[in-house]
Ligand binder design. Structure first.
Ligand code: UD1
Length: 387
């Protein structure tokens, strides 16, 4: 069997790493000469290309170098999706895989699932069935189209499987396998624990001249922002930053790993000087996986609009304010046992929940099948698939 899997952007890397490990393990078990062994090809669309957004993850997660890099780069959604489809079609025509495996909800997920089905190749979507219900979110479009087309829909939780059933997907296409990203967390948590917060800051801080505030008892918050709905609107971004700066002025240290999109917007909106002048607010370049995991393990509070961080906060028990009005991952919300609360970008709501969250104790929670073995179940579902 020949499987071609696709990565494009940062959140894909931690989902594909355990899947590749599962293939390697499968091949070791079945023996190299065995006709049952799996030939695997990794395609990187190149949507994320900076070392800190891409290469660093390959290195630390032990992902082999991509066999093929499409070099798509940045651009509008149509440009990214269009260019990916044109290049990916050529790859499929020469490689002729039995399966294309896509993960998550980025533009690569959409472009490659559509191309695979037009080439009459079976497609498997890992992390299927997530729905925010918000069609203004580019990822929601990617999820809907990919799930509509895929032959095998592997879901991280039972709510996701239920979403698919409600959309009329036949039960035979859906398998609940658990959360593959938690496989990566499990594999790396002990290595990550050994990292020192101070060293992470020193190695990644953007303003090398800044006096680093002391972080007694690891009393710090972490902030990440990158969704267009938060960072592309000047008023929304300004209000969010005013809030964070106020909290830093009052004494909380906040570490902010900066996404390139956000960095660009802060420059355009003339907000960088205010941020740089705020004591206790530490800006860093995008962090590696292990570094981010270490910050999450120590943080008193996470402020984020990232989907993956909501999940990691749930498993680690870090109180998380999700700066969005909806989530495709309701299982991470406190009402379902998770650690996350939706606060949107309403400053009153953020302030209220922020104060409450700071008094909360860390309460780790494991949703069903978030057990570090999802990748094996994904591969088993593909190997045992019958049309
Ligand atoms: C993409 C995903 C989003 C995911 C996020 C994680 C889609 C629709 N969105 O959003 O779901 O949560 O990745 O980061 O696929 N840039 C660089 N270097 C890079 C990559 C990007 O400087 O290596 C800059 C460019 O200015 C680019 C901007 O960041 O225009 C946005 O990048 P893009 O890949 O378009 O989307 P993300 O916001 O990263």
């Amino acid at each position: 069997m020949k499987i071609l899997s696709v990565v494009g952007a940062r959140p894909n890397f931690m989902k594909i790493a355990p899947f590749i490990n599962a293939i390697n393990l499968f091949n070791q078990k079945s023996g190299i000469r065995n006709s049952e062994s799996i030939q695997h090809i990794l395609v990187h669309t190149g949507q994320h290309y900076d070392d800190q957004m891409s290469k660093a993850f390959f290195t630390e997660l032990g992902i082999p170098e991509a066999d093929i890099n499409l070099g798509i780069g940045s651009g509008s959604h149509a440009e990214q999706v269009g260019r990916t489809m044109i290049e990916f079609e050529k790859v499929l025509q020469s490689e002729k895989p039995d399966w294309v495996v896509v993960v998550g909800d980025v533009n690569a997920t959409l472009a490659c699932s559509v191309t695979a089905k037009k080439e009459l190749i079976k497609c498997c979507h890992i992390e299927a069935g997530l729905r925010s219900g918000d069609i203004t979110m580019p990822e929601e479009i990617n999820r809907l189209v990919t799930d509509r087309l895929s032959d095998l829909l592997l879901t991280p939780d039972r709510m996701a499987a239920e979403n698919l059933r409600m959309e009329g997907v036949p039960a035979s296409k859906i398998q609940f396998v658990g959360n593959i990203m938690i496989d990566t967390l499990e594999q790396h948590i002990e290595t990550s624990r050994k990292l020192l917060i101070k060293s992470i800051i020193i190695e990644n801080i953007l303003d090398k001249g800044m006096a680093i505030p002391s972080i007694e008892d690891e009393h710090f918050g972490v902030l990440t922002l990158h969704r267009p709905s938060n960072v592309d609107d000047k008023d929304i971004l300004t209000n969010l930053i005013d809030f964070v700066c106020r909290k830093c002025d009052q004494g909380l240290v906040v570490i902010w790993p900066m996404h390139p999109r956000t960095h660009k917007r802060l420059g355009e909106f003339n907000l960088l000087d205010k941020i740089k002048a705020t004591p206790n607010l530490i800006l860093t370049q995008p962090l590696g996986y292990l570094e981010m995991l270490r910050l999450n393990m120590g943080a008193k509070i996470m402020l984020t609009d990232s989907g993956g961080l909501q999940e990691e906060c749930t498993v680690l028990g870090t109180p998380c304010l999700t700066m969005r009005w909806n989530t495709e991952r309701p299982i991470t919300l406190t009402e379902h046992g998770g650690a996350s609360i939706l606060v949107g970008n309403n400053i009153e709501r953020i302030t209220k929940e922020f104060e409450i969250s700071l008094t909360k104790k860390r309460t780790p929670h494991r949703p069903e099948l978030w057990d570090g073995h999802a990748a094996e179940r994904c591969l088993k579902a593909i190997v045992e698939y019958r049309e």
